[in-house]
Structure formats: structure tokens, C-alpha cells
Design a protein around this ligand. Structure first.
Ligand SMILES: C=C(O[C@@H]1C=C(C(=O)O)C=C[C@H]1O)C(=O)O
Length: 448
């Protein structure tokens, strides 16, 4: 069951916004009260959420519906003055990868779904910064919210400068979930099943636990990830701390959008098929051309592009996908098909999230057999890795990314996740190397 936790059953909502001269996103995040959230996407405002005016959680296979119902209930009684669209109040959060996620380490505080309606939201647009103060239930008094807006504005204006961005914390120990022999055996077993016609594709992942030399500064890492991966979706999800444990932070910079919905316009990405970066522009271009012409990668990619188009079709009056191209990131290059669709009726973004997750870029085909293979093969809990993370607004619009190139940090330990699509022609050694390459996105920000 979904639960909408406020201090009272009454969910009346008040939200007020004001333009502010806010210090940097790092300074605001550094001083933010828990639980903290960050969302930053290409062509969207960057948003820092502080505290929780309401929290929505759900478990099990109906978690998407439960969150949608709770979101609709929350926003149904809103008294909102946002001033600008970007500053409107939103719910931020995400879902576990599997419907029956066990919440094993390091995911103890991450249920099947968890969304936060922040008490304070700071939004950075191209046109300046906005402060939004939200209240739900007994706190939702217009006078009290307006007073809090004044206080928060003063607090934010007087925050100290964040100073220079700290470098990586350093890595002093590593533990892999998957030994090389076990990996080879798993990939070979998957390839055998694919050749026998039992499976078409399965995405197998690994986890890497690292000991940090000093505790992680999440604001600094997010800042550096933003510099290195401007075309990616950056996120931070911090649940309330568990008993006797340091705060867990799930964060990343993912190149993959699961879906965005605005009006009846849907945008999504088919992203699958990977190669490295070259030492020179010419080598980069050579690798990109090789990727575009590589039969195994094109097959792996087209399974995703085709499935995404098919899954959107029942909702859409039209689905458009141009020819596949290459998305070049700081550490890797991917085959990419941007897909757009026009809905035939109004939909909530979570209906599309539910229809699309998990795409064969992170699950496989046929979906149920691939998920079963993932559960039976991977010796760790995926938790929220490769799952939808993003935001929802009162209109039911939103953007969700696929939480790749991600890690959970807790105190001086961080767990990184990365996976690869296994198809008929997969070679275990090459797939191993691809996992290591995908770890680089976050390892480069952790290692000295
Ligand atoms: C599974 C991951 O990435 C996904 C798998 C890819 C592939 O197999 O080529 C490429 C991009 C992502 O869709 C990951 O980064 O962990």
C-alpha cells in the first residue's frame, strides 16, 4: 500500500515561491536539511529539495499506481503561487528496479518507491534562482508559509560561499560482487540460453564496493559530474537516515532518459550499444563509425529501440524515431535513438514509466525471463540501480531518467553499479571490460 505520510490525514497543500539571489547549488545543498534531493537535466532547471513536507512510499507490483494516486491526492487541494513554471512544487524520487526488491545492503532505506515533497525547494533556471516553500496538512497555513518564505530567503541569502570544489576523496579498498570466473560462467550461460532460443537479451550487472579515504562530499561530486557530463541527468536521493547508520546517498550522472511528458508530448531515449573514447578526435570518430556499423551492437540497440516504440504505441497517435546516432560522453560512446511520441489521450507520466520500465537497455527480452535471469544470476541487490528516478508535478507531467552511472555512498563506503547487454554474440571478456569502462564515470570522481 502507498502511504502518504504527513502529520495528519488532511493533505491540503500550500506552496509559495519568490525569486532569490541564491548562492551556488553546492552552498545550498551543503547547508540543506535532510532528506535532500537533487535533480538536474539538460534543458531543465536544476532543483535542490530540502526536508520533507510529505513522503510517499509504496512497495510491490502496484507501486506505480500507488504513487500516482498519492500524488494526485496531494496535488488535488493545492493553493500554489509559483511565479514561474520551473519553481512549481514537485515530488522527487524513484523506484526500486525489481517489484519485489528485498532492500538488502546497501539499500536498507530504499523501499519499492519513495517520493519526497520537499519543504524547501531551490530552483536554478537560465533566468535566475527561485525559492519555493511548501507545506502540507497542519502546517499548510498561508500566513505561516509566507513567514517561512521570508525566513528561508534570509537564510539562503546569508549562506557562506561554498569555496573551491573539493577533489576526489580517494579510494583505499575495493570489493567486487562478482569474480571474473563467475562472470564468465554467467555470461556464457546466458549466451547458451539465447542460442537455444530461451532468451533474446539480458542485461547483467556487477557491483563494486569501495572504501573511501575520506567521507564523500556529495555536493562536490555532483558539481564535478556536472562539469564532466553536461549532457547527462544528475540526481541525488537521500532517504531519512536509518537507525544507527550514516546517511545513505544514491547519486549519479546518467545519459539515459526513461521518459519525459509535457502536455501530450513524450520524449524518450533508446540507448544501448557501447564503445570507448579515442585518444584523438580522429580515433573517436573511427570508434563511433565502428559502433554504428557493428552488427552485435546494432542488434542489441535495435531490440531496445523497437521495444520502446512498441510500448509507446498503445498510448500514442504517432511515434517518431530518427536513425540511430552516437551519444559521446567523457568516458564512453553509445548508440542512441531519441524517440518522440504524441499521446492520443492525457496520461500521467507514471503510466508511461510503468509501461517502459525496465526497457531492454537494463532488463532484457522477453522481459519476464530476463528479470528472472537477472534475479537468479546477480549475487547482489540491484536496489534502485537502473531504475526510474525523477519528478512529478500537479499536472501529471514529469521527467524520469534511468539511474545508471550511479552509486550509493554511506559514510566512507560507496557501492557502484554497472551492467552490459548480453546477446547471442557476447564475449565474456569484452563484456567484463565494458562494465569496468562504465564504472569510470563515478570512479574518476572518487579516485585520486
Ligand atoms: C546497464 C548500463 O548501461 C546500459 C547498457 C548499455 C549497453 O549494454 O551497451 C548502454 C547504455 C545503457 O543503456 C550501465 O551503465 O550500467
Amino acid at each position: 500500500m502507498a502511504s502518504l505520510r504527513t502529520d495528519e490525514a488532511e493533505t491540503h497543500l500550500v506552496s509559495r515561491s519568490v525569486r532569490v539571489s541564491a548562492p551556488s547549488f553546492r552552498a545550498v545543498l551543503d547547508a540543506a536539511e535532510a532528506p535532500r534531493t537533487v535533480w538536474s537535466a539538460p534543458d531543465e532547471a536544476t532543483v535542490v529539495g530540502e526536508g520533507a513536507a510529505a513522503t510517499v512510499t509504496a512497495d510491490g507490483p502496484n507501486r506505480f499506481d500507488r504513487v500516482r494516486e498519492a500524488a494526485e491526492e496531494l496535488f488535488s487541494s493545492g493553493d500554489v503561487h509559483a511565479g514561474t513554471e520551473a519553481a512549481r512544487p514537485r515530488l522527487f524520487g524513484g523506484f526500486a528496479f525489481h517489484a519485489d526488491s528485498a532492500g538488502g545492503p546497501p539499500w536498507e532505506e530504499f523501499p519499492g518507491a519513495r517520493f519526497v515533497f520537499p519543504r524547501v525547494q531551490v530552483t536554478y533556471t537560465d533566468d535566475g534562482a527561485w525559492l519555493t516553500v511548501n507545506a502540507v496538512g497542519p502546517d499548510a497555513d498561508v500566513g505561516a508559509v509566507e513567514k517561512r518564505l521570508d525566513r528561508e530567503r534570509e537564510r539562503i541569502a546569508s549562506l557562506p560561499d561554498a569555496g573551491p570544489v573539493a577533489g576526489p576523496p580517494g579510494v583505499v579498498g575495493r570489493r567486487r560482487t562478482t569474480a571474473r570466473d563467475d562472470w564468465n560462467a554467467s555470461v556464457e550461460a546466458a549466451v547458451d540460453r539465447i542460442r537455444a532460443g530461451d532468451l533474446v537479451k539480458v542485461v547483467l550487472a556487477q557491483a563494486l564496493e569501495v572504501d573511501l579515504e575520506t567521507p564523500l562530499s556529495v555536493p562536490d561530486v555532483l558539481e564535478r559530474l556536472g562539469d564532466a557530463y553536461p549532457e547527462c541527468y544528475r540526481f541525488l536521493v537521500e532517504p531519512n537516515p536509518g537507525a544507527d547508520r550514516p546517511q545513505a546517498s544514491f547519486f549519479g550522472a546518467t545519459p539515459e532518459r526513461l521518459v519525459s511528458l509535457r502536455g501530450r508530448t513524450v520524449e524518450t531515449d533508446a540507448l544501448a550499444g557501447t564503445t570507448g573514447r579515442g585518444e584523438t578526435p580522429a580515433e573517436d570518430e573511427w570508434l563511433a563509425q565502428e559502433l554504428l556499423n557493428d552488427e552485435k551492437n546494432v542488434h542489441e540497440h535495435e531490440l531496445v529501440a523497437q521495444t520502446v516504440r512498441e510500448q509507446l504505441a498503445p498510448f500514442a497517435s504517432s511515434v517518431n524515431a530518427p536513425d540511430r546516432r552516437v551519444k559521446r560522453l567523457a568516458t564512453v560512446q553509445h548508440l542512441w535513438t531519441p524517440v518522440t511520441a504524441t499521446l492520443s489521450t492525457n496520461e500521467h507520466v507514471l503510466s508511461l514509466v510503468e509501461a517502459l520500465h525496465p526497457t531492454p537497455a537494463v532488463g532484457g527480452l522477453p522481459p519476464e525471463k530476463a528479470l528472472e535471469t537477472i534475479r537468479d544470476t546477480e549475487p547482489f541487490d540491484r536496489g534502485w540501480y537502473a531504475s526510474p528516478v525523477g519528478w512529478i508535478d500537479a499536472a501529471g507531467y514529469g521527467t524520469f531518467a534511468v539511474a545508471l552511472r550511479s552509486a550509493v555512498a554511506r559514510g566512507d563506503v560507496a557501492t557502484l553499479f554497472a551492467g552490459v547487454g548480453v546477446v547471442e554474440d557476447s564475449d565474456p571478456d569484452r563484456e567484463w571490460d565494458e562494465v569496468q569502462l562504465k564504472y569510470r564515470a563515478l570512479l574518476d570522481e572518487l579516485e585520486r
